[in-house]
Design a binder for this molecule. Structure first.
Ligand SMILES: Nc1ncnc2c1ncn2[C@@H]1O[C@H](COP(=O)(O)OP(=O)(O)OP(=O)(O)O)[C@@H](O)[C@H]1O
Length: 471
């Protein structure tokens, strides 16, 4: 059975785009050298000799960054700075040697850095590249906020095994609670091996709850760089640190009264664990550099593939945070322990790939189905998704064989069966066993059993007749 709910699964890719730098400098020879060096390093660069030229160029060129000289023929560079900051152009000012006042004023107004003349071209390039990295990361974080907070796709939670039914029941109960009361929702901890579907369950839970139209903010604690994680989570006020040119809410605040999903929580540095615990206990958050506290209304879901209990006994995870997170726990079982769910999932991913690439319908051969059931799936559902998609894309026949699947141990097993010359007997027995098994699972409903095996009802009937099975 498919369970489908509205949420976000889109995973677009960021392509590197040439950054545009506007240089505002009246010393023409120096400007030429800077432009040449930046272009060589892969930037798009334009040069303006005066404030007036710069104002015109900003509109046409739309730079990401600016290098701004302070002393220009028609005025002071500071006159342009406010304009640049308002347009989100990251600006580095260039001041005359010893002119500290200009530099201080520029930083107060929102310049991200300053350089004293005479300027070394390589130092200039280093500063620009450092800034470029921060901007890219910021853009990707902004994108991630936007992506996660827009509910535009569907989450499917496939599986009928007892374990998956229990997960679904827990989700239904939490959703009921969320509809009953406005009180703070209990924290949910989702554990399980990598690829078992923790992210899917978090999104499914959000989509099931009364606040499903509110933001879903996904924070990957493992991929946020250490130097940014605190300000990303808690937000900051303007001037809280060197690059804090404007006030910014953190991810906790961005979740509003939706869901904050703290993925890979086991990777959160110990210092931040204490701060997060404080947020969970007091349900208040304070931006860096601020004295004001803001209430946290979001439901908090955390996920990990680590053993947090073990980590806390070794002092690598705060035990108080562990107990605080562990109010409701959902344990995602490994795929190899989910019985017939492997067949449901394999058919789901087959159909998904066929649909996505407008391919004709395929079926799995009996040996392929056996291979899917027998394989250990160390990478769990994620591995299955990739293997099945690859097999569907590469298979030019309507029948996907066990070889098309390319599962390591099955290739060896099927080869050994052929070597023994007993293929027919083994296959017949196996096929009959699978048919009986599927019929039992579906309480003798032929259509359901056919769906479980990923074959049509007609093929199911044909095979049942062949084996003399009747219901
Ligand atoms: N029950 C399921 N139904 C449908 N698709 C699933 C299911 N479980 C997992 N998937 C798919 O498998 C892939 C991996 O799932 P997901 O990212 O949720 O795993 P995870 O446990 O969060 O992994 P990790 O620990 O590496 O973050 C995704 O493409 C997801 O869509």
């Amino acid at each position: 059975m498919l369970s489908q709910l509205s949420s976000t699964t889109d995973k677009s890719v960021f392509l590197p785009i040439k950054k545009k730098v506007l240089l505002v400098e009246d010393e023409v020879l120096f400007a030429k050298a800077v432009v040449k060096r930046l272009q060589k390093a892969g930037f798009e660069c334009e040069h303006a000799e005066s404030l007036q030229d710069a104002r015109l160029l900003v509109k046409q060129f739309e730079p990401d960054m600016a290098l701004l000289d302070m002393r220009l023929p028609d005025g002071n560079g500071l006159d342009l700075l406010a304009d640049f900051v308002a347009k989100n152009i990251n600006t580095i000012v260039m001041t005359a040697f010893g002119d500290v006042t200009d530099a201080v004023n520029a930083i107060k107004m929102g310049a991200i850095d300053y350089l004293k003349k005479p300027i070394d071209l390589e130092e200039l390039l280093l500063i620009i590249q450092k800034n470029e990295k921060t901007t890219d990361l910021q853009a990707s974080l902004d994108y991630s906020r936007q992506r996660d907070s827009v509910v535009n796709d569907s989450v499917q939670l496939i599986g009928e095994s007892a374990a998956m039914q229990s997960v679904r029941q827990q989700i239904t109960r939490i959703a009921q609670l969320s509809a009953l009361s406005d009180a703070v929702q209990p924290t949910v901890l989702i554990t399980g091996e990598t690829g078992t579907g923790k992210d899917v369950v978090a999104r499914y839970l959000h989509a099931s709850c009364a606040n499903h139209d509110k933001p879903f903010v996904h924070v990957d604690c493992a991929s946020l760089p250490a130097e940014l994680i605190e300000s990303e989570l808690f937000g900051h006020e303007k001037g809280a640190f060197t690059n804090a040119v404007a006030s910014r809410p953190g991810l906790i605040e961005s979740a509003e009264d939706g869901t904050l999903f703290l993925d890979e929580i086991g990777e959160l540095p110990l210092g931040l664990q204490a701060k997060l615990l404080n947020v969970l206990e007091r349900r208040m958050v304070r931006r860096l550099g601020s004295t004001k506290e803001r209430p946290v209304q979001a439901r908090i879901i955390a996920a990990t593939n680590r053993d947090l209990y073990q980590m806390s006994s070794e002092g690598r995870f705060r035990s108080d945070l562990y107990y605080r997170l562990n109010v409701i726990t959902m344990q995602m079982p490994p795929l190899r322990d989910r019985g017939q769910d492997v067949l449901l999932l394999a058919n789901y991913f087959r159909q998904l790939t066929e649909k996505r690439y407008a391919l004709p319908h395929h079926e799995f051969s009996t040996l392929a189905l056996m291979a899917i059931q027998k394989y250990h799936w160390p990478g769990n559902v994620r591995e299955m998704r990739h293997q099945i998609s690859r097999a569907v894309l590469m298979c030019t026949q309507p029948m996907i064989s066990e070889h098309d699947l390319g599962l390591p141990q099955m290739a060896a097993a099927s080869a050994s069966v052929s070597m023994q010359g007993e293929t027919q007997v083994t296959l017949d027995d196996a096929e009959k066993a699978m048919l009986l098994n599927a019929l039992e699972q579906s309480r003798h409903n032929v259509s359901k059993a056919a769906r479980l095996l990923g074959i049509t009802r007609m093929t199911m009937r044909y095979r049942m007749d062949k084996h003399g099975i009747s219901v």
